[in-house]
Design a protein around this ligand. Structure first.
Ligand SMILES: CC(C)(COP(=O)(O)OP(=O)(O)OC[C@H]1O[C@@H](n2cnc3c(N)ncnc32)[C@H](O)[C@@H]1OP(=O)(O)O)[C@@H](O)C(=O)NCCC(=O)NCCS
Length: 164
């Protein structure tokens, strides 16, 4: 029987993490493959990391990962863990790896006092939606919006450092 093991990622695994994170973007139709090993190292390791990366091993080989970070849910005024990404390599799917990654993220959420584990999912990602339903997840339609690039800088420039 195959053995699944989830553990913290090491910084020397930044290349495989970048590869898988780019594959996930491709899977959901976000193109450009923005992850590089350097970006993963800068964002996932050391003081001030933007997310915690865990990897899943199947029979000793890294086949999946999850990224999450602590957040806050203002609907219930309580801490919530935000799951940025979960991915399992196609050849390793359907063997409990994804479930083990979600369980590890949930365990960390409970450990630090979060009341929920939350994430966003593309409406067209039918496989992931079914995976999440089987975990007992429920959802609400929320549109995620953002400003970026020049629009972000223009908005920041409009900040005068305080108003009377
Ligand atoms: C979604 C994903 C992480 C699931 O990983 P996995 O290792 O295949 O999942 P598991 O084997 O742990 O499956 C757990 C349960 O979900 C079900 N499931 C998983 N993928 C499914 C799918 N595509 N369709 C229907 N059911 C699915 C399994 O049958 C299992 O059900 P059970 O508990 O009733 O037996 C994986 O398919 C993946 O990486 N997909 C591409 C990336 C992606 O879409 N990530 C989510 C972004 S929001």
């Amino acid at each position: 029987m195959s053995t699944v093991r989830v553990r913290p990622a090491r910084s020397d695994e930044a290349a495989i993490l970048a590869e898988m994170a780019n594959d996930l973007n491709d899977h959901v139709g976000v193109h450009g493959r923005p992850f590089t090993p350097e970006r993963v190292r800068a964002a996932g390791f050391g003081p001030g990391a933007a997310f915690t990366p865990l990897v899943a091993e199947l029979d000793g080989a890294v086949v999946g990962y999850v990224f999450f970070s602590p957040g806050y849910n203002t609907d219930v005024a309580a801490r919530a863990m935000w799951l940025h990404d979960i991915f399992v390599a196609p050849a390793a799917r359907g063997r409990g790896v994804g479930h083990s990654l979600m369980a590890a993220a949930a365990a960390e959420a409970v450990r630090i006092g979060c009341v929920s584990l939350e994430w966003g999912v593309h409406a067209a990602n039918a496989g992931a939606l079914e995976f999440y339903r089987r975990l007992g997840a429920v959802g609400a339609e929320v549109r995620i919006m953002g400003v970026t690039g020049e629009r972000l800088r223009a908005l920041a420039k409009a900040c005068d450092g305080g108003r009377e």
